[in-house]
Structures are given as C-alpha cells and as structure tokens.
Ligand binder design. Structure first.
Ligand code: XIL
Length: 342
C-alpha cells in the first residue's frame, strides 16, 4: 500500500483538496476514502461563495458549510474559507445594486456575518480573490467600481476584526507571472502600509502541461515571502488539454470552432501524456520542496479527474485529466511520482 500524500509531506506543508457536500456523504464512498486517507486540509469548492452562502439580502445558507467544517474537524483537517470578496459567483441581488452605499452595506455585512460565524473554525481565509488583471492593474468589478481600490485593504481590516485568529490571504491566479505579480505586491504593500494584517498569498496554480511557469513560480515564492508572507498553492491542477483562450476571452464563435479539437483524449489519456503530467507534478513539487520553509500548504483543486472543474472550462463537455486520482478514483502515475519524491 502506497503511503498517503499527507504523510509523505507532513514535515513540509499541508496537503489539501477542494470539497463539496456530496463527497462527504455516504453516496460517494470512494471520494470520502481518498479524502480521509490522503489530505489534511480542505477548501469548500463552492459552498462559501457569496451566491451560495448569502443568496438574498437577509438570507444566509450556512448548513452546507457547517457540515463541511464539522466533517473536516472530525477528520483533523485544516479548513480554508473561500472566499469573502470575489467578483464572480455573486448573488443576483448584488449585481442589481446601483449605489455605492448599498454595495458598501453588502460588503460590510457579508464579511462581518460570515467571518464571525466561522471565527475559530476557519484556519485560513482567502479574504480577497482575483482582484487583478493580467497586467497588474485592478480588475473591473462591482467592488472596484463602487468602492475603489481600497476595498481590498478594507476587506482585510474587516476580516482581521471579525476572525482575528485566522490566517488572512490574498488569492489569485497567474500571480506568479511578472506583471500580475507586481500588481499583487503593490496591493500587499498598500495593505501593510495601512497597518492592516495580511499573512499570506495564495497562488492558485491552474497550470498546463505545455506551459509550466517554473522560473516564475520560484521568483514569486521568493518575492512574496520577502514581504513577510507565507505562500500557499491553493487550487493546483495541471490541464492536459490545449488552451487556445485567455481566461478573459469570451468569443463564443471561437469557442465553437475550437470545440472539436479541444477534447482529444475522450478515450483515455495516452501513456505519453500521462507521463508528461507526472513529470509536470514532479517539477512543481520539487520547487515546493526546495522552498518548503516558505510554503504553508499545497491544495489540489479536486479529489479526482471526474469532478474537476476543468472538464467544463472554458467550454463545457471537455474530458480533462488534471488531478492525482483518475475517474475510477485510482491513484495516477503523477500520484506515485510525488510519493516517491520523499
Ligand atoms: C470553480 C469551481 O471549481 C467550479 O465548480 C465552479 O463552477 C466555478 O468555480 N478560481 C477560483 C475558484 O478561485 O473558486 C474556481 O472554482 C476556479 C478558479
């Protein structure tokens, strides 16, 4: 029997995954087994996003999150809250808001209510998610438009007030890339200059086997930790499919044109690609291990390939293989490669 991921890396960093309610119920015993055997940290994949947990002005749905957190506690897993402030997966009532005052009221009450309810139960919070554009400038969002750039600092100030024991993170994708990384550093310095606490940076790590940003990952770890922050890899998955789109591209016609060629491995992953995926996981984990004193956690974004969000992104109906367990919940070569690093 192979050793578990969480055992192999126990002296290095936490090993996490994303979870959903169905995976902790008896309905899905295979996921549950992998979860409890392999991981010592979890992030609710969707349950804590505003549209789920706060669907109407005065309605909060805490039940799913409560169940996920008590599951995690029973299994001695750390919990990451994801996320307090994000432009996406917002409830419709927020999108309908016209005035800065109402957005401010939502912002304050949402952070206060969710952060204080889970005070002492959440080990780290993704306080703000994806505030930046690829060039490092502020992303247009209802928060940026109505509250200005200071919403980022304000969110950390409120989180610190209402869940003071939690580690507070800024989380984003591609912030290992130089321009976006510079934008993140600018935001972090602003938070720090305001006398507000930020403990860490979450680099999502949605990467591709054809384009691993190895040098940038290393540079980013060094630069973020030089600011006094811990670094986590919060949503790691490595797509094996071609990605002809930038994430901000929404050209529907183009997507249809690519659809046919975007799904080359429906009959299963060829050995050569399986090996390339294992090589890719090995390469990024070698960097993580080299910098383990600066890294708090590495979380893969899903338990097994069949439930990965990358089967549906950027277009639905793709067959992707980005994780460590296959569609039958068996460990893949990439899994064994990681175990054998230790
Ligand atoms: C994704 C989930 O995995 C999907 O189930 C959901 O439909 C959309 O969101 N960046 C993030 C995550 O911060 O919350 C996203 O998760 C993936 C990209």
């Amino acid at each position: 029997k192979a050793p578990a991921l969480k055992e192999s890396f126990k002296d290095d960093f936490l090993i996490g995954t994303a979870i959903n309610e169905y995976q902790i119920l008896e309905k899905d015993p295979k996921s549950a087994k992998i979860l409890s055997e392999q991981f010592n940290a979890v992030t609710p994949e969707n349950a804590m996003k505003a549209e789920e947990i706060h669907p109407e002005w005065n309605v909060y749905h805490f039940d799913v999150t409560d169940k996920l957190i008590s599951y995690a506690k029973r299994n001695k897993m750390k919990v990451t809250g994801h996320t307090l402030v994000w432009h996406s997966q917002l409830p419709a009532f927020v999108h309908r808001m016209k005035s800065a005052d109402s957005v401010r009221m939502f912002f304050n009450s949402h952070i206060q209510t969710v952060a204080s309810r889970y005070r002492g139960k959440i080990d780290s919070w993704d306080v703000v998610n994806e505030a930046l554009n690829e060039d490092g400038s502020m992303r247009t969002s209802i928060f940026y438009e109505k509250l200005g750039e200071d919403y980022v600092t304000d969110a950390f100030r409120l989180a610190q007030k209402f869940t003071p024991e939690a580690r507070l993170y800024y989380n984003d994708y591609n912030i290992e890339q130089p321009a976006k990384r510079a934008g993140a550093i600018r935001l972090i310095k602003k938070i720090q200059a305001a006398g507000v606490r930020i403990d860490g940076v979450g680099i999502q790590g949605h990467w591709n086997i054809d384009n691993l940003p190895l040098k940038n990952i290393e540079d980013a770890i060094s630069e973020f930790s030089a600011l006094g922050l811990e670094v986590a890899f919060t949503e790691l998955d490595i797509s094996v499919l071609p990605t002809p789109f930038k994430s901000n591209e929404a050209d529907v016609g183009k997507k249809a044109r690519y659809a046919a060629t975007l799904n080359p491995y429906t009959a299963g992953l060829p050995d050569s690609v399986q090996k390339k995926l294992a090589d890719s996981y090995e390469k990024v984990f070698r960097i993580f291990l080299k910098h383990r004193d600066k890294i708090s956690r590495v979380t893969v974004w899903g338990v097994a390939d069949g439930v990965s969000w990358l089967n549906n992104w950027p277009i639905p109906g793709r067959t992707n293989y980005p994780l460590l367990f296959d569609r039958e919940f068996a460990p893949k070569p990439a899994f064994y490669r990681l175990i054998n690093l230790k």
